[in-house]
Design a protein around this ligand. Sequence first.
Ligand SMILES: [Zn+2]
Length: 140
Amino acid sequence: MRIEEITKEDLLLVEKAMQTLRPVADGWYHTVGAALRCKNGDVFTGVNCDGIHGSCAEFIAVGAAVTAGNRDFDTIVAVDLSPSAPNGVVSPCGNCRQMMFEYCPDMRVIVNDENGKLIKVSVRDLLPFAYVDPAQRENA
Ligand SMILES: [Zn+2]
C-alpha cells in the first residue's frame, strides 16, 4: 500500500467537506459530508441523504461531479461531526469503495491511519480483490 502525505490542498478539501455539513447537520438526516477534488482543481461536495436505501455523501459528491461532466477524480474525503471521528474524517464504507473503484480506481482517499493521523491512499488499496465488472476490466 502506498501511503501519501497530506498536503495543504488536502486539508482545504477536508474543510470543504466540513463546510458542507455544518449548515445541514440536524442530527439525523445529514451526518456525513464529502468533498471530491478533480484533477483540474474543481471541487464537488455532497451530504448523505437518508431514505429506505439512502445514499452516502461520497455518492452525492461523485454524482455532482459526473453531472458537471467531470470524471477525472483526484482525491475524496468524507467527514462526520460526531465525536466518533476526532478529526472528523471517516473511512468510506464498502459500497462507496466499490463505487469509487469503478469510477476511478487510482483516485486518492483521505483516511485516518491506525494512530489517527490523516493519510492519503488509493481506492485500489482500500479495496483489495475488488469486484471488477467485465465492461470495466481495462480500468482495473
Ligand atoms: Zn458509503
